[in-house]
Write a protein that binds this ligand. Sequence first.
Ligand code: ZN
Length: 340
Amino acid sequence: MLSTVVLVITYLILLLVWFALWAVFLRLGLRWAKIEGITSRRILRVTTLVFAIQVLSNVGAGVLAWRIAPQIVWAALVPLVTGLLVPWWVIAHAFQTRLRRSFQAWVPTLAAGVATALVSLVLVRPFLVETFSIPTNTMAPTLLGNHLKGTCPDCGRPSVAALPISVLPSLSGRPQLMICENFHVLQGMVGSRVFPGDRFLVAKYLRPRRWDLIVFRNPGEPSEQYVMRLVGLPGEEILIQDGAVWANGTKQTPPDSIRNIRYLSEFPNARGKVWGSVNHPAPLGADEYFVLGDFSANSEDSRFWSEGAPGHPSFAVPRSHLRGVVTHICWPPQRWRILR
Ligand SMILES: [Zn+2]
């Protein structure tokens, strides 16, 4: 709830900043182009009209990207074109001037877009909210990367193949490891159509709780950012047994949305230690976390890491590596979901 409120307010403030700056820069542009009859009322009218058309064309681009165009990039051309041509024409019409002078008056308004983008870059992204996507399906079915679909032989619901798209074409025609919406992990046939992965929002201001999906810098390779589910908190000893997570000897009950997950820790063919298994419980320090992927049979997570951050065991995500908590799946629209 908090994250949704913050999201809406942030979006509205950014719109307001753009609106106010656009009006200010339009006034400067009109003076620069020596256009007559500049009044606050006219400026407000032009700004409101341009603003409304811009918002509508953005919505149109969203629908286009969702239903028709395969790439968001192509649909983004719509607001770009309306952003260039519409204000130019509206200014000319409202101030009864030639298109050449209207163009001159319009040019400074470009700074409004740049300034709003800067506010977003400097204040919103580092401190409030940022969008992310993932390249793999280790978090399926909760978060998806680009994926191939099948049907669960058990419950008939859609399944997602485990392997990354880059590997799959060479294996087509053979059964693949899949996970369905109900967390059934089975072998089955997948189609050849590639479905796009999720885009999701990550809040920077939330304190992570157990079962949150968190974004963090990979302990062994800090330049890479991972998304996994937080299952172990500072000071706990983590054990994975009977498909569940145990912390300091107490079985942890996951939220309803993931009650069918069976976490795995027995891997007879594992090359190294499996942290969290009966033989290797994972003791966490005062500022360390333990993370797992939702597709437990297909996830390189705290259990398997061999290289940790300096001064920390290999399975631990130090607090300093945390980047945020996943709050919403925002794209594609049919995957919209509030996670926290
Ligand atoms: Zn199923």
